[in-house]
Design a protein around this ligand. Structure first.
Ligand SMILES: Cc1ncc(COP(=O)(O)O)c(C=O)c1O
Length: 281
């Protein structure tokens, strides 16, 4: 962890490497919590209102009480004070608090954790690898951003082993779903396609904005169920995430994609210009 990571827990800035959360916290024992990751650009978090709305949806889906957003805002202000982070990550989590050792839950005060850290800019393009594991579109926690991310840890490690920036999951029906921390788009005959929520993905904020801003500029963007092997024939492929924005894909496993990617470039340009105009769209 970077020594410049700033950590705030339940009201106080704390030593990043010191103890700050109970060993009995239900997110530590069973992953019972929700979180958000937002981009920090020039010291400011991007699209925070949309991230807050998704955090509320995730908490409701997990059966946690509604998080107190004013508490989160205090934490955000505290971790962003001090040296300006030019580019980085704001991560905030709300957990079930101190709980039993098993999966049942007692009434407990929620735990609030807010972190900010600089990070390197994303690459200009990247490779994807398709992993053999599936997203479960019928999971009890489908579409929720929970702190149970071990499947993503395993898949991203596989991606890194083969020099890929991200790992792509299909769902149990063999449809294209999403990556460990990004959504996936393809371009076929000039039309931008991305899987719908029913395919079992997390509805990314960057995905949402790419669709909105693309459509507003006249680009045809459709949410459509897609076979996983569309990645082998699509004209262009790109992924979206809070810290990657719109990231062009130059290879999917052994397939090299064309260097010309006009639609992706246009969506990248639209994303940049709209985000510069409005930091909380
Ligand atoms: C599983 C998953 N899918 C997609 C995304 C992309 O979402 P966003 O654009 O809100 O960062 C994330 C974000 O981390 C994620 O964890």
């Amino acid at each position: 962890m970077s020594t410049t990571t700033r950590v705030w827990v339940n009201g106080d800035l704390v030593d990043p490497s010191g103890p700050a959360v109970s060993a009995l916290d239900h997110s530590v024992t069973v992953g019972d919590g929700v979180f958000e990751t937002a981009k920090i650009a020039a010291g400011k978090p991007f699209a925070l209102t949309r991230h807050h709305r998704r955090l509320e949806r995730s908490a409701a889906g997990l059966g946690l009480p509604p998080p107190d957003l004013t508490v989160i805002e205090q934490g955000v202000a505290a971790v962003l004070e001090g040296p300006v982070i030019d580019f980085g990550r704001l991560r905030y989590s709300v957990t079930g608090g101190v709980g039993p050792l098993g999966s049942d839950r007692h009434d407990a005060d929620l735990t609030y954790i807010v972190l900010a850290a600089p990070q390197p800019l994303p690459p200009r393009s990247g490779k994807l690898t398709v992993v053999p594991w599936t997203r479960n579109e019928r999971s009890a926690v489908v579409g929720l951003k929970t702190t149970s991310y071990a499947e993503n840890v395993v898949a991203l490690a596989r991606a890194k082993e083969v020099g890929a920036v991200e790992a792509v999951f299909g769902n149990t029906r063999g449809e294209l779903c999403e990556c460990t921390g990004s959504n996936v788009f393809v371009v076929v005959d000039g039309v931008v396609l991305t899987p719908p929520a029913e395919s079992g993905l997390l509805l990314g904020i960057t995905r949402e904005l790419t669709i909105e801003w693309g459509r507003a500029a006249g680009v045809e963007v459709r949410e459509e169920t897609l076979p996983l092997d569309v990645l082998q024939s699509a004209d262009e492929v790109f992924i979206t995430s809070s810290t990657k924005d719109v990231l062009p894909i130059h290879a999917v496993d052994d397939r090299t994609l064309p260097v010309e990617r006009p639609v992706t470039c246009e969506l990248q340009r639209l994303f940049r210009s709209n985000a510069e105009r409005d930091g909380d769209p």
